[in-house]
Design a protein around this ligand. Structure first.
Ligand SMILES: NC(=O)c1ccc[n+]([C@@H]2O[C@H](COP(=O)([O-])OP(=O)(O)OC[C@H]3O[C@@H](n4cnc5c(N)ncnc54)[C@H](OP(=O)(O)O)[C@@H]3O)[C@@H](O)[C@H]2O)c1
Length: 255
């Protein structure tokens, strides 16, 4: 007897690979996967490849892991998509609920913000619970999401849009800022060994502060930290501007 696969994945890029690996590691089941250029270079061997994208619709749930506009071009007007009654987990931030519902009118559509930075053993995510979904329907959809790792749920679309940026894109930008801070800290060291050491103890300090169970404050002598904090200036304003730019880019991508 053929068993219906639990997960189909549309796309074969970084997100699709993370999803496929995590799903197989955590459930022991291979997802069904499709990408326009197929399994070239033996990629994503954790999945069962299908030659038509509609092959992914054989699964109970389908994860969208291609850009939003590409999905609309691919699936818009397709009859099998119109008949699909499973879950559609959409990771493309650029898709609006209305356009996705138009493609999959009978599906349960859940927007997800997957955070790949935890590695392949878990994909923590934030999910946007659709309004008007019964508790029973939501429990069914959520069960599949729980198989990826920690899943936080929000019901507010605007909050979801912000959280989408906060889990991965914003930390990546802040890491660039932290690296710049490390560069500034070691600038007056000339010896390569001392520079390496300086970087190492700087990142160890950052790590300790982030993992500290207390307030995250650090004791330094003679007001050195205080002088630094006072001289920080309008760094919040700078970060606010940077975050706004990222939000603007996310808006531009909407299809
Ligand atoms: N990576 C992340 O951490 C992450 C997190 C959250 C959301 N997302 C979203 O997930 C989606 C994919 O991201 P990614 O990081 O996996 O990107 P990626 O590594 O660049 O992969 C993009 C995938 O989309 C496919 N694709 C691109 N244009 C296409 C088209 N016109 N028709 C059909 N397929 C097309 C590519 O096909 P080929 O296989 O033929 O190259 C590839 O499989 C994006 O919407 C992104 O915003 C990604």
């Amino acid at each position: 007897m053929d068993v219906r696969p639990r997960l189909g994945i549309i796309g074969g890029g970084r997100l699709a690979e993370g999803i496929a690996k995590t799903w197989l590691a955590r459930t022991g089941q291979a997802p069904v996967i499709w990408s326009r250029s197929g399994p070239r270079d033996n990629r994503i061997s954790e999945a069962t490849w299908t030659t038509k994208w509609t092959g992914t619709l054989e699964a109970e749930s389908v994860a969208v892991a291609i850009p939003g506009r590409a999905l609309l071009e691919l699936a818009g007007g397709n009859e099998q998509a119109k008949q699909f009654t499973g879950n559609v987990f959409n990771a493309a931030a650029s898709l609006s609920r209305a356009s996705l519902q138009h493609v999959f009118p009978q599906a349960t559509i859940v927007f997800i913000a997957p955070f790949l930075i935890d590695g392949a053993n878990s994909i923590p995510m934030v999910a946007l619970r659709p309004a008007n979904l019964s508790d029973a329907e939501w429990t069914k959809a959520n069960a599949a999401l729980d198989d990826f790792g920690d899943c936080d749920v929000v019901e507010d679309e605007a909050a979801f849009a912000q959280l989408y940026l906060l889990g991965a894109a914003w930390p990546a930008v802040i890491l660039a800022a932290v690296r710049a801070a490390a560069d500034a800290g070691v600038q007056r060291l000339e010896n390569e060994i001392a520079i390496d050491l300086g970087r190492r103890i700087f990142f160890r300090g950052i790590n300790s502060l982030l993992n500290a169970e207390t307030s995250g404050e650090i004791a330094t002598p003679g007001g050195i930290t205080e002088r630094g904090l006072k001289s920080l200036g309008e760094v919040t304003v700078l970060f606010h501007t940077v975050f706004q730019q990222m939000q603007a880019r996310a808006e531009e991508l909407r299809a």
